[in-house]
Each structure stands twice: as structure tokens, then as C-alpha cells.
Design a protein around this ligand. Structure first.
Ligand code: ZN
Length: 259
């Protein structure tokens, strides 16, 4: 990055920073029913996420196999609508990789890998993962994690620099969102975030008419995958027993499917 663009980024960062401090740094998230730390406004997190998404989708191998793509195109809109989202405002793709992975980015993006789709027994299990990823976005977990980790001033400057023009834009955005050298591998969310995403995801899938008992089967199967699990679903997250116990509790409180 050359000097003028750095100065520009810094200036934009400081200008935005003063605007932020005029507002509260804690935001109430309706979906979660709790306050969360949010130094970077939702619109800027979305820009950051979209920049990272463009970079990742250029580098990952997109699947064009109807076996996977048609399945995602069939399931995702139903779960999105059940979550109160307009599917036309979302961008989701299947990446061709054996990884048992899926991830979401702010700005309404998510990806599911062919590897994880291969172990899904039915559409209900895909709806489980889609619901979980949509939940991370609606809960602004990236924004909260980012704010918690880097603090207000760094959060704003990095976000602004990443959103601003420059050849390193994609890399900056990826780094800011916790995507490592291996694309599609996000820094793990906290246990709390994972449990929240599980909970909301199950509510969405059930409302969309899918069988929440399949979520239980799916996460049990993922739990048995051992060391092969990617950070998104790894054991720094809720222990498998905690996760399963919570899912059982949620299922017991769900309204009938499709409601
Ligand atoms: Zn997750």
C-alpha cells in the first residue's frame, strides 16, 4: 500500500471513528435478544464481508455439479425465508473440496463444501448447516468477534482500509474477518456463538418445514468425525455433548414443523 492510500484510509478511519463514538458501541441484536459489542457498523461489516467473499470465490473451486448445486438451491431459499430473509439478497455457493466445511460472511454470503454435503443424509441435514450459517450472519457474530478481538480504533481503521481501494483490499478484508491462509477456513467462533447459531438455525429449519431431529443426527455424526473437523465446527466450540444436549432441549420446545 502506498503512502497516500494509507493516509486516506487513516483519515477515513478517524472520521468514521468519531462518528462511531457519537453512537453507542454496544448494539441490541433483536435476533439474539441481547446486547453485543459492535464497533463497526453493520453496513461496513457487510462491505468487508463482500470484499472477502469476492476474493474467496475467485480462489476456491466452484462446484457446478447439479447433485450439489441443485440441492443447495432447493434448500437455501426455504431456510432463508423462514429466517425472515429475502433469498434474492443472498449469495451462496458450493465449493468443490473434500473439506467438511461451511462458512458465512457478513453481507449475506455463505458457502457449503461438497465434502460436508457428502455426509448429509438428506435435505434436512443440509438445512441444519444452512440454518446455522444464516444464523451467524443474522446474529452479527463476525462483527462482535471482530470488535472483541481488536478493539474500537483498530477495528475501524482496519475495516476502513479494507473497504477502501487498493491492491491488498481482499487480503485485508480476509484478515480482518479471520480467514487464514487457507481460504474458507474462518477463525473459530466462540462456544457461545456456536450454540447461538445452532439454536437459531434449528428454529429456522423447523419453521421452513425441515425435521429438526435430523439436526441432532447430523451434529452427532459431525462429532464422530474426530480431528478431521475444520475450525468452523471444531472442538474449541461447544463440546459435542454440550451441543447435542442443547439441541435436544431446543427440539423439545419447537412448534410443529412449518410454523
Ligand atoms: Zn458456526
Amino acid at each position: 500500500m502506498n503512502r497516500p492510500s494509507m493516509a486516506g484510509a487513516l483519515f477515513r478511519g478517524l472520521a468514521a471513528l468519531s462518528a462511531i463514538f457519537a453512537a453507542a458501541s454496544c448494539a441490541y441484536n433483536e435476533e439474539l435478544g441481547r446486547n453485543q459489542l459492535a464497533f463497526v457498523p453493520a453496513g461496513q461489516m457487510a462491505s468487508l464481508g463482500s470484499t472477502a467473499w469476492n476474493d474467496v470465490t475467485k480462489k476456491e473451486k466452484l462446484s457446478t455439479d447439479p447433485k450439489y448445486v441443485d440441492r443447495l438451491n432447493r434448500v437455501a431459499p426455504k431456510v432463508l425465508r423462514a429466517a425472515g430473509e429475502d433469498p434474492s439478497k443472498w449469495d451462496y455457493k458450493v465449493f468443490d473440496s473434500k473439506a467438511l466445511n461451511a462458512f458465512a460472511l457478513p453481507g449475506n454470503h455463505f458457502a457449503v463444501y461438497t465434502g460436508i454435503m457428502d455426509i448429509m443424509a438428506n435435505d434436512d441435514q443440509l438445512a441444519t448447516v444452512v440454518g446455522h450459517e444464516i444464523a451467524h450472519v443474522r446474529a452479527n457474530h463476525s462483527g462482535e468477534r471482530y470488535s472483541q478481538q481488536v478493539g474500537a480504533s483498530v477495528a475501524m481503521q482496519t475495516a476502513q482500509a479494507a473497504i477502501g481501494a487498493g491492491s491488498q483490499t481482499g487480503q485485508l478484508a480476509l484478515g480482518a474477518l479471520g480467514i487464514g491462509a487457507q481460504y474458507g477456513v474462518l477463525l473459530p467462533f466462540s462456544r457461545k456463538h456456536e450454540l447461538e447459531a445452532d439454536k437459531l438455525g434449528i428454529v429456522y429449519m423447523n419453521r421452513a418445514g425441515y425435521d429438526a431431529n435430523e439436526a441432532l443426527k447430523f451434529w452427532t455424526k459431525m462429532g464422530a468425525q474426530g480431528g478431521g473437523k475444520p475450525p468452523e465446527f471444531m472442538s474449541t466450540h461447544p463440546s459435542d455433548t454440550t451441543r447435542i444436549a442443547q439441541i435436544k432441549e431446543i427440539i423439545a420446545t419447537l412448534p410443529p414443523r412449518g410454523q
